[in-house]
Structure formats: structure tokens, C-alpha cells
Design a protein around this ligand. Structure first.
Ligand code: ACO
Length: 356
């Protein structure tokens, strides 16, 4: 089997910068609290009605295509990772396809919902398709428009201050050098604690329906006049149950355990050591998480790329945005061993080792 490689990479972040000070003006928080706990100074928010998860993904994809030397019409397959899709359905893959103007192409589109590790899952899928010879140009996109779904009241402050909008994309192609390209990808999940970091409404999980008379209705078929409320009930609105919720400390403890674990697993499989890593690009969950992972792997500051300070946590977009920035800054050179790793809601986590 041949290897696959990242042939082109791009990212897009919206123009609007939202500082911690700006958030402090609308909810009970402070620049000091946010920086101390997360390292974040500012994040970007997309333009409502103009930008969406799929349009930002398309902007990143155009750059990735150009750098890979292909026209979007040459894309064989699209993998789109997001937790903040434009629509409940259909997924963003087909919307991005339309945005790129390649609807008449033969390309298929797949949407994946693996939150912070979505890009790594997508990269692994692309790797399998390319190295088996099925496809030659697979586009992997991670994009998030978090700002449209956050709770800007004090109730949501522990989650809202962390997240930002943006998109990253790569084109995965066959590698002409068997020594170079994606050496391995490792993917894991454990649904035991699914609700510890979740956005459970709207959803078909059989919460309860509320009749127009205000009665709760939790079995059988709801009366016809409640159909419009199947996904979001009045109670959900009242209790703010339609926003992301997170048990931050629980997530933190698991993240600092799983990041190093899955990186060591990839190194072991490829017969490499932490000292072989040229650059670690971790999912930008929280600067404190990245720093603890760095320490546990014994890496120097210049071996880890962090940009959460500028963009916050952009979930599925964070790894490709960070990788692209590092590459643009000349921190990813021919022959370098690049390690990508992510952990997030699900919980799902993963890693990839790439010989550039
Ligand atoms: N501003 C001011 N005060 C706040 C804010 C805020 N934005 N948010 C919470 N607080 C308060 C709390 O109400 C609490 O007050 P209390 O002591 O009076 O009750 C106090 O700060 C401490 O709250 P904790 O939630 O215990 O704060 P913690 O130190 O755990 O930090 C944080 C919260 C930053 C979310 C941290 O737990 C964390 O980073 N967890 C990892 C989760 C993560 O990174 N998630 C990102 C998505 S998942 C992923 O990408 C891996």
C-alpha cells in the first residue's frame, strides 16, 4: 500500500476579533480569569447571515486546493467535520460542495461528528481512501461557527469564553515518496461520559414534549399541535438546555491523560520516540492542557504550536488552523516529524504522525 500526504493546507478565520474585555462587558467574566484559566486573549466571530460553517470551510478549502495545485473540480471526496453545522440536516459536506461550485463533479461528501477530534478522524478516513488507491484528492475540512450557539448570559460563561469561529482544510493525496506522508493515525472513543461535554438539544433523545396547554407529554405520540416542539420545548428554553454544557474540570483531567497516551501509542507503532517529534500541533482546547501535555512529553516550547491565545478553541478547526499557521511560519519543513493530537466531547480522541 502506498502512503498518503498532506499536499495542500489552508485556513480561514473571520475578521471580527472579540476580546476578553468585550465579553466582560456582556457577562460576568474578566480578562484576568479567562487568560489565567485558558490562555485565551481573543477569538473570532463570523458575520451573521453572511458567513456560515460551510462558507468558512469553503474559504479554507480554496486555499488548500490552490496550494495542492488542483482545481476544486478535481476533488474526489469531501470529509467535513463540525459540531456547529449550518443545518440540522443535510450536513455541511454537500453545502461546501455547492459553495465550491463542484456539484456536477463525481465527488462524494461525508459529514463526521467527532467534535474536537473531528479533523483527526477526517484525516484518518482520507488516509485510508488514498492509500488503498480509491481516491487521489480527498478534501478534509474542520470548521466551526460556535458564536451562533453560545449562551451569552452569565449562566454560560464557563463555556462561552472558550470558543471561537474558524475553519481549516487539507488536501490529502498519494505520496510519491514511501518514506514521507501520514505514518499512522490512532483513533479512540468512549461514550461513558458523553454528557460531560455535550449539546444535547435539539435532539431526538426522547426528552419530553410540552403540549400547547403547558402539559408535559413524555410517552407515545404527542398530539398534533406539539409537533413543532419535538426538538426544543418551552422548558428547554426556560432552563437554557439548548446550549453546550461542560464539566470543565472533569474534561481537563481526562484530556491531560489521553493526549500523551494516544501520542505514545502512535510513536510506539512507528518505532519512534518523543525526541523524534519536530513539532506537536495539539488541538487548542486550553493552553493549560497543551502546556501539561508538553511537559509530560518533555518537549521544548519551540516544539509545540499554540495559537489558542488568538482564536480560542475552534474545535474541529483547531488542528488544521494551527498546522497551517505553523507551516506558513516555516515551522513545518521537509523531513520534519509532525505530531497531531486531539481530545474532546464524546469522549473521542486521536493522534497522527506525519513525515513532512
Ligand atoms: N469568568 C469568571 N468566572 C468563571 C467563569 C468565567 N468565564 N467561568 C466559571 N467561572 C467561575 C465558576 O463559577 C467558579 O466560581 P465559584 O468558585 O464561585 O463556584 C470558578 O470560576 C471556578 O470554576 P471552575 O469551572 O471550577 O473553573 P476551572 O478552574 O475548572 O476552569 C475551565 C474552567 C477553564 C473550563 C477548565 O475547567 C477547563 O479548561 N477545562 C477543560 C475543558 C476544555 O478545555 N474544554 C474545551 C472543550 S473540550 C476540549 O476541547 C478538550
Amino acid at each position: 500500500m502506498s502512503r498518503s500526504k498532506i499536499a495542500g493546507i489552508g485556513y480561514y478565520v473571520p475578521e471580527r476579533v472579540v476580546t476578553n474585555q468585550e465579553l466582560s462587558g456582556i457577562m460576568d467574566t474578566s480578562d484576568e480569569w479567562i487568560q489565567e484559566r485558558t490562555g485565551i486573549r481573543e477569538r473570532r466571530y463570523g458575520k451573521k447571515h453572511e458567513e456560515t460553517t460551510s462558507t468558512m470551510g469553503a474559504a479554507a478549502a480554496r486555499i488548500a486546493c490552490e496550494r495542492a495545485g488542483i482545481d476544486p473540480s478535481e476533488i474526489d471526496f469531501i470529509v467535513f467535520a463540525t459540531l456547529s453545522p449550518d443545518y440540522y440536516f443535510p450536513g455541511c459536506g454537500v453545502l461546501l460542495q455547492r459553495e465550491l461550485g463542484i456539484t456536477k463533479s463525481e465527488a462524494g461528501a461525508l459529514d463526521i461528528r467527532n467534535q474536537c477530534s473531528g479533523f483527526l478522524y477526517g484525516l484518518s478516513i482520507a488516509d485510508q481512501f488514498v492509500k488503498t488507491g480509491m481516491y487521489k484528492n480527498v478534501l478534509v475540512v474542520g470548521s466551526e461557527m460556535h458564536s451562533m450557539g453560545l449562551d451569552f448570559s452569565d449562566r454560560g460563561r464557563n463555556v462561552t469564553v472558550i470558543f471561537g469561529d474558524g475553519a481549516g482544510a487539507v488536501i490529502v493525496q498519494p505520496s510519491d515518496n514511501p518514506e514521507k506522508g501520514i505514518l499512522t493515525t490512532k483513533l479512540h472513543s468512549d461514550g461513558t461520559y458523553a454528557e460531560k461535554l455535550a449539546f444535547i438539544n435539539p435532539g431526538a433523545h426522547g426528552g419530553y414534549h410540552l403540549t400547547k396547554m403547558g402539559e408535559e407529554f413524555d410517552y407515545g405520540y404527542p398530539p398534533a399541535d406539539t409537533y413543532g416542539e419535538i426538538f426544543i420545548t418551552e422548558k428547554m428554553f426556560r432552563d437554557g438546555q439548548y446550549y453546550p454544557n461542560m464539566e470543565g474540570q472533569f474534561v481537563f483531567k481526562l484530556a491531560i491523560q489521553k493526549f500523551p497516551e494516544v501520542i505514545h501509542e502512535a510513536l510506539k507503532e512507528t518505532g519512534l520516540q518523543t525526541s523524534d517529534i519536530s513539532l506537536l500541533v495539539p488541538h487548542q482546547a486550553n493552553l493549560r492542557i497543551s502546556q501539561m501535555v508538553q511537559r509530560s512529553l518533555g518537549l521544548r516550547d519551540d516544539q509545540v504550536w499554540n495559537n489558542i491565545q488568538k482564536y480560542g478553541n475552534t474545535t474541529a478547526a483547531s488542528v488544521p488552523i494551527a498546522l497551517c499557521e505553523a507551516w506558513e511560519a516555516g515551522k513545518v519543513k521537509e523531513g520534519d516529524l509532525v505530531c497531531l493530537a486531539a481530545f474532546g466531547s464524546g469522549f473521542t480522541w486521536g493522534s497522527a504522525l506525519i513525515r513532512w
